[in-house]
Design a protein around this ligand. Structure first.
Ligand SMILES: Cc1cc2nc3c(=O)[nH]c(=O)nc-3n(C[C@H](O)[C@H](O)[C@H](O)COP(=O)(O)OP(=O)(O)OC[C@H]3O[C@@H](n4cnc5c(N)ncnc54)[C@H](O)[C@@H]3O)c2cc1C
Length: 410
């Protein structure tokens, strides 16, 4: 007899689990709190859905998950994701290894999931919030009772795929799963917003108009760099963000939330080594002429970065370069090498792409069943697995979802 499976949550991992289970002949129902499936999935990759990455390995995930990820990726890796999408009729392309649907539209990915769920006869119940899972017995057989705010449902297996705290309010990311899993006896590792930008200290001078530029950014706790990243940095009057900031954010947020003082140190000339940079500075000395400081700097870097530097050095922008000493020019230009900004706090879960922490890996077996109950599976971001930017989090949603869906149906 086919297994009755309830999937709580119709996001990336839940829909994937439902498809694998239904393809194996299971009788699957998705219970989704929102009024639509895959709301967050439709927002991914700036609406383009960066669904995985050819540069795939366990090092792309939080250190505590690396060992387990190696095993999971060997069971269901990037090629499996590509084949899965082929089976949904979605053509994938690589942009420097980053995988997207050729359509360039995350909405088409969500539609493909919906079509396949419909084709497989998966029932979807919208607008019900899963509250808890209880263990019951029916005719001497262990079953699971999923209780929602409206009704209750009996199943042979339950896959909890309700996501995390991260994402806009419309994604319904309210972290219900942490409570649900804790009630079932699982351990929840402390959660933090990750893949997120930061607000800066109120006294920091930030560009009114915003800047996007390539930079290297190190995050300092005292003199120690806790993370260093390279890429397109975004500076706005609200704070700092962009890929290099997001990549480091998991580590940085943890320290900030403990009240530790963290500085971002920005190198606006990341492609110069120290020797190249000092030659550049020497070369610039020949422009100590009639031009103003602002004119001089506008030949040097982005005008909005220059405004920040000028305001920090407290020098008049109309000051003639010939009246500024070499050592002063040297000191002004050193700002472009190491511009330190004190951070205040992250932009929080609503702006974060993922949540670090979650259901402890110690409670999850390799087949995604939980150690507390064989018939309960936990998948996706709810688990203590978070990846770097670049398709790694969706890869995890599909890896964990596919394994759980397959195993649950057996
Ligand atoms: C703006 C943004 C952009 C992103 N871009 C990328 C990207 O390009 N590449 C990438 O790899 N990752 C990206 N991510 C991360 C990625 O979207 C998530 O890691 C992934 O969607 C997690 O899948 P999930 O199934 O675990 O959770 P979700 O996709 O959040 O799905 C959980 C589902 O459960 C439902 N739910 C919640 N609570 C309940 C409840 N109590 N009962 C029933 N249903 C419930 C929710 O409504 C939701 O539909 C992005 C995230 C954001 C916010």
């Amino acid at each position: 007899m086919s297994k009755k499976i309830i999937v709580l949550g119709g996001g990336a991992s839940g829909m994937c689990a439902a498809i694998y289970a239904a393809r194996n002949g299971a009788d699957v129902t998705i219970i989704e709190k929102n009024d639509q499936l895959g709301k967050k999935l439709s927002m991914t990759g700036n609406g383009r859905c960066n669904l995985s990455n050819l540069d795939m390995n366990e090092k792309m995930y939080n250190a505590s998950a690396e060992k387990r990820m190696k095993q999971w990726l060997s069971v269901y890796g990037v090629l499996d994701v590509i084949n899965f999408f082929k089976s949904l009729g979605i053509v994938i392309k690589s942009e420097d290894g980053y995988l997207y649907p050729v359509s360039g539209q995350a909405a088409t990915v969500v539609d493909a999931f919906k079509n396949e769920l419909k084709r497989l006869g998966v029932e979807v119940i919208f607008g019900q919030q899963g509250k808890r899972v209880e263990i019951v017995e029916e005719d001497g057989v262990k079953k699971y009772k999923v209780v929602t705010n409206v009704a209750s449902f009996i199943a042979d297996r339950v896959i909890i795929a309700v996501g995390s705290y991260a994402g806009a309010k419309s994604t319904m990311s309210t972290g219900d799963g942490y409570y649900m899993c804790q009630q079932l006896g699982m351990t929840i590792k402390e959660t933090h917003p990750a893949l997120v930008g930061f607000k800066c200290d109120d006294d920091e001078i930030l560009p009114e108009n915003g800047v996007r530029c390539t930079a290297e950014i190190s995050f300092l706790l005292g003199n120690e760099a806790i993370a260093t990243e390279y890429g397109e940095l975004q500076l706005t009057k609200d704070g700092i963000s962009g890929i290099p900031v997001m990549q480091a954010s998991g580590k940085v947020e943890k320290f900030l939330s403990e009240g530790k003082p963290i500085y971002a140190s920005i190198n606006f000339f990341p492609d110069y080594d120290d020797e190249d940079y000092s030659s550049l500075v020497k070369e610039m000395m020949r422009f100590r002429d009639d031009r103003t400081l602002l004119e001089f700097l506008n030949g040097y870097h982005n005008s909005n970065v220059n405004e920040m530097v000028i305001r920090r050095t407290k020098m008049g922008r109309t000051m003639k370069m010939k009246n500024i000493s070499e050592s002063m020019v040297d000191s002004i230009l050193s700002n472009y090498r190491e511009y330190k900004i004190k951070l205040k706090e992250s932009f929080g879960y609503e702006k974060a792409q993922v949540t670090s922490g979650g259901v402890s890996l110690g409670d999850i077996r390799d087949d995604m069943t939980t150690k507390v109950h064989d018939g309960i599976f936990v998948v996706g971001e709810l688990v203590d697995v978070d990846g770097r930017c670049g398709g790694y989090n969706l890869q995890w949603a599909f890896t964990s979802g596919s394994i759980a869906g397959t195993v649950a149906s057996l």
